[in-house]
Design a protein around this ligand. Structure first.
Ligand code: NAD
Ligand code: UDP
Length: 386
């Protein structure tokens, strides 16, 4: 492998990374990138490893010996501190992070995103180890613009909706809107990490992902996850398309999101890993401001792309409206609009996303079709148990 240099032209020394939540969607892509393109070693911690099995077996893989899986639940495992001590850098991705859980399992959500993340922060701080912690764009909550009258011209002014790490406020709904349990727990762990930096000198970086999507995200209900489970929108819509059901638009699908391709976003994380002097002490938005759509537009685009990749005809009524109460239950609320400001990540790391929404949906839905179409057909052909 050619000698790698950082953004300032200095050689990058191989490092050991303790990655908590390595078996998830983002973790699997990050492990893949680290194995294929860098000399770094990964201690991969998770309760599951299905999404990184292809990196762990067989032993003859070119990176064998550079990735080690440790089946650990960080809620209660005394091995965590030892593994953090063995590493140069800890990356914490572990979390409950599917919106369907925020209002139905708020206690688990708060414990997972705050309480369970605390020991990792403490061990990094006490042992002078660097930490990259995954937070969320959801800490911004709702935009300031969403509180203006519907016809206010200020709603079109970016000052009222673009989300900036160092100036935007965090605006959540009332306590009974339990949707915000996740955002609030993430906000508090961000504040704690920031305070560890300020008071105890912890070297930290906080990442705020803005809807990263791509292959291996979440699960397809009834195939590689519970039949009653509700994953994030990419997997919900993929599931509907695979089963030839209409896509469900929650509260009319009016909320807006910006989607970034997982492979673009992973490039940003690698830059953070290998450029500590530029990344430490910063909070980074990582998203693609050019890929904004309403959820309704996303549904339309996914339907068109899926029709192309599957060569199946489109349904006559490709989508239906459902209320959030019906879909998610009591206590759901939503972020209205999420456009990341890119100034800080651009200045510090020179990173920009590349992939258009159409292109990223085309490669992702090709993967979904290849991976799941047969299994879905088989499961739908089975007679249901009476
Ligand atoms: P994911 O659910 O695919 O991955 C999380 C992983 O953490 C899972 O494999 C899970 O098994 C593991 N985990 C959870 N609790 C654990 C525990 N107690 N012990 C050990 N492992 C545990 O989610 P993801 O999309 O890869 O997200 C990773 C991080 O990024 C999360 O912190 C999430 O809040 C944040 N995030 C992601 C997005 C996105 O667009 N994907 C958006 C905002 C924030
Ligand atoms: N959504 C939807 N239909 C679905 C799943 C999600 O309309 O089948 C909407 C959801 O209400 C939200 C958006 O899609 O407005 C994105 O949801 P996701 O679960 O991906 O997470 P979020 O971006 O809210 O964190």
């Amino acid at each position: 492998m050619a000698a790698r240099t950082d953004l300032d032209g200095r050689p990058i020394k191989p490092m050991t990374i303790c990655m908590i939540g390595a078996g998830g969607f983002i973790g699997s892509h990050l492990c893949e990138k680290l194995m294929a393109e860098t000399p770094h070693k990964v201690l991969a911690l998770d309760v599951y490893n299905d999404k990184i099995k292809h990196l762990l077996e067989p032993d003859s893989l070119p990176w064998a010996g550079r990735i080690e899986f440790h089946r650990i639940n960080i809620k209660h495992d005394s091995r965590l501190e030892g593994l953090i001590k063995m590493a140069d850098l800890t990356i914490n991705l572990a979390a409950i992070c599917t919106p369907a859980d925020y209002n139905t399992r708020p206690l688990d959500t708060i414990y997972s995103n705050f309480i369970d993340a605390l020991p990792g922060v403490k061990y990094c701080s006490e042992n002078s180890k660097r930490l990259i912690h995954f937070s969320t764009c959801e800490v911004y909550g709702k935009t300031i613009g969403s509180f203006l009258p519907k016809d206010s011209p200020l709603r079109k002014d970016p000052a009222y909706y673009v989300l900036k790490e160092d100036t935007s406020p965090c605006i959540f709904g009332s306590i009974e809107k339990q949707r915000w349990s996740y955002a609030c727990a993430k906000q508090l762990i961000e504040r704690l990490i920031y305070a560890e930096g300020a008071e105890n000198g912890l070297d930290f970086t906080i990442v705020r992902p803005f809807n990263w999507i791509g292959p291996r995200m979440d699960f397809i209900p009834g195939i590689d996850g519970p039949s009653e489970g509700v994953p994030r929108v990419l997997a919900c819509f993929s599931n509907n398309l695979l089963r030839r059901e209409p896509l469900k638009l929650v509260d009319g699908g009016q909320s807006q999101r910006t989607f970034v391709y997982i492979k673009d976003a992973i490039e940003a994380v690698l830059l953070m890993i290998e450029n500590p002097d530029r990344a430490n002490g910063h909070i980074f938005n990582v998203g693609n401001p050019n890929n904004e759509v309403t959820v309704r537009q996303l549904a339309e685009m996914m339907t068109q792309v899926y029709t192309k990749v599957s060569r199946e005809p489109m349904l006559q009524s490709p989508s239906i409206d459902v209320s959030s109460k019906e879909f998610y239950g009591e206590g759901y609320d939503d972020s209205d609009k999420r456009i990341p400001d890119m100034t800080i990540i651009n200045k510090q790391l020179g990173w920009n996303p590349k992939t258009s929404l159409w292109d990223l949906l085309e490669s992702t839905l090709t993967y979904q079709h290849r991976t799941y179409a047969e299994a879905i057909k088989k499961s739908m052909a089975k007679p249901t148990a009476s």
